[in-house]
Ligand binder design. Sequence first.
Ligand SMILES: Cc1cc2nc3c(=O)[nH]c(=O)nc-3n(C[C@H](O)[C@H](O)[C@H](O)COP(=O)(O)OP(=O)(O)OC[C@H]3O[C@@H](n4cnc5c(N)ncnc54)[C@H](O)[C@@H]3O)c2cc1C
Length: 693
Amino acid sequence: MSQPVPIHPEPLARDAEGRPYSTRYGDIYASRAGALGQARAVYLAGCGLLDTPPAWAGRAQFVVLETGFGLGTNFLATWQAWLDDPQRSSTLHYVSVELHPLAAADLLACAEPALRDLAQELAAAWPPPVRGLHQLRFAQGRVRLTLALGDVRELLPRLELGADAIYLDGFAPARNPAMWEPGVLKGAARLARPGARLASYSVAGAICNPLRQAGFEVRKLQGYGGKAERLQAAYAPRWRTRRVEPRAALPAAADRRAMVIGAGLAGAACAQALASRGWVVDVLDAGHAACGASALPAGLAHVRLSPDDDRLARLTRAGIAALRDALPAAGRDAWWRGDGVLLLDTGTDSASRGDAGSVPQALALPRDVAHRVDATQASALAGVSLHRPGLWAAGGIAAAGGLAQAWLSTPGVRRRDASHVHRLQRAPCPGWARSLASGADMTTANGPPWQALDGDGRVLAQAPVCIVANALDASRLLDASGLASGLPRLPLRAQAGQAFIVPAAELGPLRGLRRGILGDGYALPLPDAAVQACGLPAGTRWLLLGATYENDPARPMPAEQAWAEIVGGLQSMVGALPATAPAAARRFHGVRAVAHDRLPCAGPWPDWAALGRLGPAALHRPAYELPPLPGLYLSAAMGSRGLTLAALAAACIATHIEGEPAPVEQDLIAALAPGRFGLRHLARLDHSIDMPA
Ligand SMILES: Cc1cc2nc3c(=O)[nH]c(=O)nc-3n(C[C@H](O)[C@H](O)[C@H](O)COP(=O)(O)OP(=O)(O)OC[C@H]3O[C@@H](n4cnc5c(N)ncnc54)[C@H](O)[C@@H]3O)c2cc1C
């Protein structure tokens, strides 16, 4: 188990002339002639953004990839040029890899006067120095910055994106050779879309030659600020390169209609993610919005910690960021209270064991991501006396049902209640009918829109993109639609659960609780919006206590037993609680859908027939490289983390559909890939190995 390298904010120094200077690399951050001038002359001009017409003219999306964020001048200059250009693309995506990020205040202090307003926005959104990807949105979401914090040699091979422009920056090759290694340059070429432009201030042979070998046509042009030459290149390999093609942008003229099956948190988050990108989305539910597990009045969403910063820990960090990003602007505070969650030590729960307790320090996690608290500090934060120490972790309380409803109110989303989807199919068309008649596998069809059919075979909805988000029933639906291609069903199991909503005044030691606590069970103060949505008497403080884990949804635990189980756990953290549920208590019962490895299934559904045609070697590809069945996606198996992970799952799906940079690295995309179980089955791997919870 390797310990991940922590990220430390880089202290900013100045050289004798007052220019920003890195003591680590013994070099100044930008050209002596000025950072903004260099950004424009080397990078924007080098990548055709100052041409007539500019490289981004008329495009739906333009993606810049940069190595070395540094002072952020290249990003700010690109953003400013995009704002100033009437021919700009609809959206600008900027992905930058940086191992030693500066602090927000230093970025602002170094900002060029002409870029100061934008720098202020950047500094206000600046993420904590934590390894991994951080997505920031500006200009009403039309400018998206993905900061990839970590070593470029480790991160670049794990990015999932297609780049139209590549800026090779960073300290001089002689000072920081790791940034310019042939593997890094090859890694950049892997992500270049056909015709992508590349620019750098350096023309060292050690850079030009590997770029040529990777398929770039390299030119040396007059340099900037006293440098004799600068580098400009275009990705135009003269031979067929063996590579998985990078993500392509969905064309501006594409039909942006989708249907989502299931109006719980998972489906609602997908609908919101697409509608906020201009899509029209029909959401079909057998009942009505948030009538399944997402009817939960409120629950906890939080980052999870692990000593080796495992996939779940990284997913939950990305999940909380995606949730915050997706919160509806209107009424945001009604559905979300993001003042953290107290994870109290239990001695058994891996999230709060002693070893995980030291994680914030070991990983150099900033205090606003997680920090250790003793019992006194925990009590002060919770507003009640707690018997155990633990961790304060980023996250909060979300009104689950209310949040799903709010997402479904996004303009462009159309709700279709009482629409039970029995089966999916491609819309019949002449070619389609012939292939069916010839017995062709349905999954080989490519093109016609998807249709959702009811039990009588009537078409309920039709769209080029279909997202299956109906929790446990997803497994049946895919099977009934002939999409499992003879593989075992998606291994989802039902795990029922109960929670109680109780007037705080009746809960003795918990009555003053003002923050979510989690250990052996959890307790949280119910947000006012949830009190209202549940039709509970206003003016009373209500707490939600949870939850049971039951394996037979058909035979729920009797209420007394469920109460005893939940309260039994909580008592070890807070002291004696009522032995029986107060008369005013309300009981919530729901069923979670859980996958074998307890991770969600989120992403494109694979084209198993196409995989078969690729031959046995394809079975050893990572799950994110499975050939997708065009237009079909899955977001299910949220388990007991729907609040933490539904928005991230939706972001993964929406970015895949649009061809935008992915919000997480490839290994995390693979961890969520719905085809992972089928792939394991096909590869005859031991699919009984379970991930730790
Ligand atoms: C007691 C309890 C406590 C919990 N506490 C927390 C917590 O604190 N934090 C947390 O993050 N999570 C918690 N969870 C889990 C959370 O509720 C789920 O992860 C989440 O709600 C799952 O959302 P979903 O959209 O995947 O599923 P659901 O909300 O179940 O939505 C699925 C929807 O699909 C619809 N549907 C099904 N089949 C069809 C069909 N064929 N056609 C059309 N529609 C269909 C259903 O009607 C339903 O509305 C808890 C769960 C329980 C039971």
